[in-house]
Design a protein around this ligand. Structure first.
Ligand code: SF4
Ligand code: SF4
Length: 54
């Protein structure tokens, strides 16, 4: 499952836009709802800040 590295996240929303499960919401930083995530990896590829690790 992907994890947000909060100190790297700039809250750009790119990960939320690409998530097919709508599992990511943006607060101060991105937050992944693990109950919705299917571990597809799309958000990891999309993040411009290396703020999501798998
Ligand atoms: S791994 Fe896929 S399903 Fe899970 S949060 Fe990222 S984009 Fe969404
Ligand atoms: S794409 Fe990366 S930097 Fe942008 S909101 Fe998502 S985790 Fe944060």
């Amino acid at each position: 499952m992907p994890k947000i590295i909060a100190e790297n996240c700039v809250a750009c929303g790119a990960c939320a836009d690409v998530c097919p499960q709508n599992a990511i919401t943006i607060d101060d930083v991105a937050v992944i709802d693990d109950s919705k995530c299917v571990d597809c990896g799309a958000c990891v590829d999309e993040c411009p800040s290396d703020a999501i690790e798998n």
